[in-house]
Design a protein around this ligand. Structure first.
Ligand code: FAD
Length: 401
């Protein structure tokens, strides 16, 4: 049997390669980069995702790489007081059977990649960029451009899975719906060594500060040695590039960044003062998925950001990519008598409503997090009065059906 071809070796592609090869399936994963990117901010993973990582035999590796925060604390960015808290440690594990963790994206990627590399039925090729595909009687043939030899290679597989991220080429070949939309929000990220900070700024929790047209998220990664800091700002001057770009203090986009911080409380200002270098990333989005045909058609399926970009206002983009990988692999192996097309369609049918719900919730959060004026007061009051009821999401953490 021809291998399943996976275009894109980020979190989603690696998770899928692992889920399939653990069940004896043969996969060939193609990654455009020379090396796998170490870039990206920290990642929070809820029990919906960590339960799957545990099932894939990664519990020990996760304990080694991840940090297990005690609480989520939501604060007012302007005055610094706490609006709501949520227990992330024992309660989460008791309720959902798996932990809530924070870790560096590179660490998550590394632990997935090491597990894939140890599987006999996995082949990984780098410097190969997806170009085009055609159906054949036996499956599908896919053209990849090889950056090393500078020639096009045609590879035969049973199906093609596009896990090539938010600017997906596979998506364009399948749906042709153009690039995602700029939403005018810029994420700035940095890592701070806790050792270099005064004790009062140390933390083992996830902190979110909500302010007008901005919010900041801070949490420990790498066993608590580092603090991951992400500041998301509504910005008039969005950077041109879609990669994490190093910013200089003189960059024009800093004006919005500085304005957003002006009215913030001492703790936020003090933390930010310790940061010498930020990298920025412009956020893009697509409308929520409406039907299964947006996730799979014929012998091609999409997973992760290629299928459904999710704004980072719910911390679930990577989580959904991991869930996609699990569901697709289940559909692939448990429906032996079905055609490849039916298996991929079943994957899409099982996933589209849940990912659409997560996409919509994240987009709503972007307005709530950055609210100003009366809306902001209403939000803060609701958080203080209802707290947990507003921020708890059992439907999400319970995982895919
Ligand atoms: C600021 C910020 C904070 C976030 N925080 C969280 C969080 O806390 N929790 C969470 O779950 N998610 C979070 N996310 C979202 C998460 O990072 C993404 O949803 C996740 O990385 C998507 O994984 P992916 O595999 O679909 O895509 P990617 O990780 O983007 O991987 C795509 C891969 O495909 C490769 N590629 C691209 N084009 C081609 C091609 N033509 N051929 C071959 N390969 C190709 C790329 O090089 C890349 O390696 C956050 C995102 C941002 C921006």
């Amino acid at each position: 049997m021809n291998p399943l071809l996976i275009a894109g070796g980020g979190i989603g592609g690696m998770a899928l390669a692992l889920a399939l090869t653990r069940q004896g399936q043969s996969v060939h994963l193609f990654e455009r980069g020379l090396e796998f990117s170490q870039e990206g901010a920290g990642i929070q993973l809820g029990p919906n995702a960590t339960r799957l990582l545990n099932e894939w035999g990664l519990a020990d590796a996760l304990r080694q790489y991840a940090t297990f925060p005690d609480e989520l604390q939501i604060h007012c960015a302007q005055y610094g007081h706490t609006l709501a808290t949520k227990n992330l440690s024992h309660q989460m594990e008791q309720l959902f059977g798996a932990p809530y963790v924070t870790l560096h994206r590179a660490d998550l990627h590394d632990l997935l990649m090491q597990a894939v590399a140890s599987q006999e039925t996995a082949t990984i090729s780098t410097q190969q960029s997806f170009q085009a595909s055609r159906n054949t009687d036996e499956g599908i043939e896919v053209d990849f451009f090889n950056f090393e030899s500078k020639v096009k290679q045609t590879i035969h597989g049973s199906v093609l899975i596009g896990s090539d991220g938010v600017q997906s080429d596979v998506r364009q070949s399948l749906l042709g719906d153009g690039p995602p939309t700029d939403i005018g929000h810029v994420a700035y990220r940095s890592l701070l060594s806790q050792k270099m900070l005064p004790k009062r700024l140390h933390s083992s929790n996830v902190h979110v500060w909500l302010g007008p047209r901005m919010h900041m998220v801070v949490y420990p990664v790498r066993g608590g040695v580092w603090l991951n800091v992400v500041l998301i700002v509504k910005s008039l001057q969005v950077p041109a590039s879609y990669d994490w770009t190093i910013n200089r203090q003189s960059d024009v986009i800093y004006q919005d960044f500085k304005t957003a911080l002006k009215g913030c409380c001492n703790r936020v200002q003090e933390l930010v003062r310790h940061i010498e270098q930020w990298k920025s990333w412009k956020l893009v989005n697509r409308p929520a998925v409406q039907n299964p045909l947006q996730l799979a058609r014929g012998k091609i399926a999409l997973i992760g950001d290629a299928a459904h970009p999710i704004l980072p206002y719910l911390a679930q983009g990577a989580g959904m990519a991991i869930e996609d990988a699990h569901v697709l692999s289940q559909c692939w192996v448990s429906e032996e008598t079905q055609s490849s097309e039916t298996k991929l369609h079943n994957y899409a049918k099982q996933r589209y409503k849940r990912v659409a719900r997560v996409q919509k919730k994240s987009s709503q959060n972007s307005a709530i997090f950055h609210a100003d004026g009366v809306l902001r007061h209403a939000r803060d009051l609701s958080l203080r009065l209802l707290g947990l009821q507003l921020i708890d999401m059992p439907w999400l953490y319970a995982g895919p059906d």
